[in-house]
Design a protein around this ligand. Structure first.
Ligand code: HEC
Length: 115
């Protein structure tokens, strides 16, 4: 029994001494920045039903990053529409977008809509 304990201890010491020294990760004080991949699912579930090439709002194709970036690079009403209460102006028209998801989209746009 002692021998087992002793070998276990020895192994543990061996392992820890061989472990590469880890550089501690710096603590990031800034909140997480949204990227296209982190907002994509929101667009898919709330916007693509209309904003796809074969749908009625194909004028703004939100199915891919290039197309969205192209739209946002120009004069656009995206944030305005997300924030609007006017049912004829807001997006999505149903108003069926949670505040958290809306904020994510707005943050993403304000942070420069990174890919
Ligand atoms: C039920 C269909 C529908 C859904 C869902 C929808 N839209 Fe729209 N959207 C439209 C239509 C139709 C227009 C064009 C008419 C108008 O100007 O209101 C439009 C216009 C827009 C415009 C303005 C385009 C321009 O001419 O500058 C933006 C931006 C937009 N939508 C973003 C979104 C976003 C972002 C979502 C998801 C959060 C979304 N839409 C969801 C139907 C939809």
């Amino acid at each position: 029994m002692r021998l087992i304990l002793f070998s276990a201890l020895l192994l543990a010491i061996l392992f820890t001494s061989c472990k590469k020294e880890e550089i501690p990760e710096p603590i990031d004080p800034t909140p997480q920045v949204e990227t296209y991949s982190s907002v994509k699912t929101i667009l898919e579930s709330s916007c693509l039903g209309c904003h796809s090439p074969n749908q009625n709002a194909y004028i703004v194709d939100l199915t891919n990053y290039e197309s969205i970036k192209n739209y946002l690079d120009g004069t656009n009403t995206m944030i305005d529409r997300l924030n609007s209460d006017d049912e004829f102006y807001r997006m999505p028209p149903s108003g069926n977008l949670s505040d958290a998801d809306k904020q994510k989209l707005i943050d993403w746009i304000n942070d420069g809509y990174l890919e």
